[in-house]
Design a protein around this ligand. Structure first.
Ligand code: ARG
Ligand code: ZN
Ligand code: CA
Length: 256
């Protein structure tokens, strides 16, 4: 496949009636869609900051995102659902993904990318479900203040990159360091990302070497690391292939 896939998105804004900032604006949501449509096409201007050694690996994943214009019953929609809740915040237990637990039910996960935006506890920026999981919890969850680039979006996570990272997981990408706690034993099952010990944070300076991966070191500017939004700006060709394999496989319902 060489053509671009467009994924219909529904954003569920789950907000507490007494905490108005949780009810983010349409504009903030649109600002997030704009970031996704740059990052997954390698059209983000900050690819210019990719170190020379890796410029040839920068990949256009050929995925675009559009807020749904039809709901599951075929009725016109703006792709934004707003639900008031009694919950002041949510954890990783998927409560936000069901009306019965104070959240919002998903739209069919084989036709829509469900994104829940809410207050998350414990410093969590977001979390995602990998392909192949239960349909009733499929999608990604993002903290409202790490969503989009305007409104409640707060530095250093006001670049819209939390959603880019979470959708990477939703399309089957692992963390670039392989989640092996510094052991250097486990990779991300992508050949063109260097093996690296652990997640990086903040705004690292190139090169940062670990796991004998010199001279270039960790590819910390990858969306699947843990750095600040302003410090992450690329997927690799290998990651793009892995995401597209997911779109030909577990998530092939989006291709028809
Ligand atoms: N903590 C989240 C996760 O593991 C996402 C981190 C996103 N990083 C960022 N700079 N926005 O899925
Ligand atoms: Zn992650
Ligand atoms: Ca790798």
């Amino acid at each position: 496949r060489t053509e671009v896939v467009t994924l219909p998105v529904v954003v569920h804004v789950v907000h507490h009636s007494k905490i108005p900032e949780q009810n983010i604006s349409d504009q903030q949501i649109h600002s997030q869609l704009a970031v996704l449509n740059r990052d997954f096409r390698a059209a983000n201007p900050d690819t210019s900051k990719v170190p020379e050694a890796w410029k040839s690996l920068v990949a256009d994943a050929r995925v675009e995102f559009r807020l749904a214009d039809r709901d599951p019953f075929g009725k016109p929609t703006d792709g934004i659902i707003r639900v008031e809740t009694d919950e002041r915040s949510f954890g990783t237990d998927d409560a936000v993904k069901a009306g019965a637990t104070g959240g919002a039910d998903p739209w069919p996960g084989d036709q829509y990318l469900n994104i829940w935006v809410c207050q998350l506890r414990g410093g969590l920026l977001g979390y995602a479900q990998f392909p192949g999981g239960p349909p009733q919890t499929d999608g990604v969850v993002v903290l409202h203040s790490a969503f989009g680039t305007t409104g409640t979006a707060a530095h250093p996570f006001d670049g819209g990159r939390t959603a880019t990272h979470e959708i990477g997981h939703w399309l089957d990408l692992f963390h670039i360091w392989g989640d092996d706690d510094g052991a250097c034993s486990n990779g991300d099952r992508v050949a063109d990302t260097p093996n690296q010990a652990d997640g990086n944070t903040g705004t690292p300076v190139f090169p940062h070497i670990s796991c004998d991966n010199g001279p270039n070191g960790d590819m910390f500017m990858n969306y699947m690391d843990y750095v600040d939004d302003s410090a992450m700006f690329m997927f690799t060709r290998g990651q793009s292939e892995r995401m597209n394999a997911c779109l030909e496989g577990a998530r092939a319902s989006f291709l028809v």
